[in-house]
Design a protein around this ligand. Structure first.
Ligand code: NI
Length: 158
């Protein structure tokens, strides 16, 4: 998990540099008609970081991995990410994800690998797991990074 977290942190830094190179005008343009702009995708990724930061800490302090879900469109709409400052959003996106990487790298080894029978990854995970199959916190952390990578591709940075 430590080297996985280090590689994730490197991707966070390099992607943040590419995001900083975009103008606010380009960042605010919808990626397709009726779709999110890059700025709204970055906002959604901040919501993913904030929700999963809570989950990754709580999973080290309790056995259950049943966590609240969040509706991605409702959250993006409620926070008016389209009207937020691009520079500030990118800074928050970078530092929040670097902290998530730190939490991953320093997580308790037993908490990472212990099988959890009580979970709702059948609904909240990006790659879902049936409720009847046990899961680990390590699986859930890797699932977070899969979701992160999926959205970085969607950002179409070069
Ligand atoms: Ni998503």
């Amino acid at each position: 998990v430590k080297s996985f977290a280090r590689e994730f942190a490197e991707r966070v830094r390099s992607t943040a540099a590419a995001l900083r190179a975009l103008s606010a005008e380009v960042a605010g343009r919808p990626l397709a008609p009726g779709k999110w702009s890059r700025q709204q995708v970055v906002g959604h990724m901040i919501d993913s970081a904030s929700n999963n930061h809570q989950r990754f800490v709580r999973a080290q302090l309790q056995d259950s991995m049943v966590f609240p879900a969040y509706d991605q469109d409702d959250w993006v709409r409620a926070q008016h990410y389209d009207a937020a400052g691009w520079t500030e959003l990118v800074a928050l996106w970078e530092s929040f994800n670097l902290h998530v990487a730190h939490v991953m790298a320093t997580a308790d080894a037993n908490a990472l690998t212990r099988a959890r029978s009580e979970h709702n990854l059948d609904t909240i995970a990006s790659r879902t797991v049936p409720r009847s199959d046990p899961v680990t916190l390590e699986y859930f952390m890797r699932d977070y990074v899969d979701h992160f990578d999926h959205h970085v591709k969607q950002l179409d940075l070069r």
